[in-house]
Design a protein around this ligand. Structure first.
Ligand code: BG6
Length: 505
């Protein structure tokens, strides 16, 4: 079963940092797949921009290698079943795609290259997205030069990614800087978690079904867990990561966005501002965590050496330069939302690197049945749970009690109504960037963060970080390949709850 594909208007995608890691791993392969699937038509162009001295031909070769690596690396299949780098159909589609690629060498900090870029883009006010796949310190300089070279028109859009600041003050500054040249409705702030298939399914589950909404509150839900566990380490990004830590790298954006989608009120419609208004209200309702309660409500951890799936791995300090750091690679937080719907329902968040498995999921734990009519010994009643699995094995599981099939009396069992998307649908699993890149062209900002959301998230995060600093809060060591420090288990078990690691019961 494949979904309906709607072609988009002709556009120019101008990728600053066009020869960088993000372009190679995500942007070029994503645009290729959208092209193969027939969504990118006519004279749409992709323009790579960077400081590197290379010709258009060199850039096409770079893109071609990027595609081969991505196709082979992921063993990905396009919707039309092209299967690998040596596949004839794949090769011919790749050649078609590469014709759309152009390259301009630009030094974003000087005047060099801008006239050539302007000339290539031409005078027409065509749909144009400027994707800044570069460090945030360059956002201002690029926006300013796009402006002074007359490259920002009514139909121009700007795409930026985290880190959008490292605290509230710097996020405001950055937003103000780009806001000088682009209107808010032209700015698309990517959080790639919002482009993940199951994250959107959460919206469908909540707002396309009448079943859950009456139960979606403190009367019926005991607590919520959001886990984003990674088995990878810092992967050569130690320089950036060590200045950020798990709280800035993952919680401020991805985990809080997931929390918002679980907790928000039903928006009036699915349009961008209705959804973002509701998410903002959640962020503003988060109970503050400050120096006075941060030790009870948060746990920081850092991995030592260990083994992942039987393979030995080094500890965090051996992965970063200098070998000394008090940056957390793991964080667990007990968050609460002070509003009528959620008062008294904890939201347990945890994320970390070098954990036992790569798994991201949202687990909604319902309250137990109020009274057990079954005789003792038949079964212990277990409360219902809804698990939304983002990765791997995208899917939704609703845990319920049933009668154990067969004769022999009434025995009960806890089982999952299991909808594994890979089994249910044949379509290729779409990378979040594929969806988000074309949403920019369509002008659909629903899955992008508005300025006030980003700032509200920092407003909640900043006091946690300063609380840690003020209290000199302990950083717990954990062995790579485990589920994090034991203190994070204590954080939830203090309230007689457990992390859902074993999803089979
Ligand atoms: C990024 C973080 O935003 O998300 C990385 O900077 C992290 O540290 C990554 O590894 C996780 O994304 P995904 O899609 O692999 O879960």
């Amino acid at each position: 079963m494949t979904s309906k594909l709607i072609p988009v208007d002709e556009f120019d995608y101008v990728v600053f940092g066009g020869t960088g890691d993000l372009a190679r791993r995500k942007l070029i392969p994503s645009l290729f797949h959208r092209c193969v699937d027939g969504q990118i038509l006519g004279n749409s162009r992709i323009v790579g921009v960077s400081r590197a001295a290379m010709s258009g031909e060199d850039f096409r070769q770079f893109a071609s290698d990027a595609l081969d690596r991505s196709i082979v690396g992921n063993n990905a299949k396009t919707s039309d079943q092209t299967s690998g780098a040596d596949d004839e159909e794949y090769q011919s589609r790749k050649q078609e795609f590469l014709k759309r690629l152009h390259y301009i060498q630009v030094d974003v900090l000087s005047d060099a290259g801008w006239p050539q870029l302007a000339q290539l883009l031409g005078n027409e006010d065509r749909l144009r997205a400027y994707y800044l796949a570069v460090g945030p310190s360059l956002f201002g300089a690029i926006a300013e030069r796009l402006h002074s070279n007359g490259l920002i028109r009514e139909h121009s859009r700007l795409v930026i990614e985290k880190p959008i600041g490292h605290d509230l003050v710097s996020a405001r500054e950055l937003n103000q800087t780009v806001g000088r040249y682009f209107d808010e409705n032209q700015i698309y702030r990517i959080d790639h978690y919002l482009g993940k298939e199951t994250v959107q399914n959460l919206m469908a589950l909540r707002f396309a079904n009448a079943l859950y909404e009456p139960l979606w509150n403190s009367a019926h839900i005991d607590h919520v867990q959001i886990t984003v566990a990674e088995s990878i380490g810092v992967e050569g990004r130690g320089g950036y990561y060590d200045k950020s830590g798990a709280i800035r790298d993952m919680v401020q954006n991805h985990l809080l966005q997931l929390l918002c989608l679980v907790a928000m009120e039903p928006p009036a419609s699915n349009d961008a501002d209705s959804v973002r208004d509701e998410k903002l209200k959640v962020l503003r309702s988060l109970e503050p965590i400050t120096a006075s309660n941060v030790e009870q409500l948060t746990v920081r951890g850092q991995y030592g050496s260990g083994a992942i799936h039987g393979q030995p791995v080094v500890g965090y300090l051996d992965e970063i330069e200098g070998g000394e750091s008090s940056t957390e690679s793991f964080v667990a937080i007990k968050a609460e939302i002070a509003n009528w719907r959620w008062a008294g329902v904890p939201f347990y968040l945890r994320t970390g690197k070098r954990l036992a498995e790569q798994v991201s999921e949202i687990s909604i734990q319902f309250k137990p049945a109020p009274h057990n009519i079954f005789p003792e010994g038949v079964a212990q009643l277990k409360a219902n749970r809804l698990v939304i699995r983002l990765q791997p094995d995208e899917g939704v599981k609703q845990w319920i009690m049933i009668k154990d099939p067969g004769p022999g009396g009434m025995r009960l069992r806890h089982i999952a109504l299991d909808m594994s998307f890979a089994e249910e649908f044949e379509a290729r699993s779409i990378d979040a960037y594929e969806r988000l890149l074309l949403d920019v062209i369509r002008g659909n900002a629903t899955l992008f963060m508005r300025r006030d959301e980003v700032e509200a998230a920092w407003k909640w995060i900043d006091p946690i970080i300063s609380g840690w600093e003020e209290n000199n809060q302990k950083i717990h060591k954990y062995t790579a390949g485990t589920w994090g420090p034991t203190a994070s288990i204590a954080l939830i078990e203090r309230n007689h709850r457990t992390w859902h690691e074993d999803v089979d019961n």
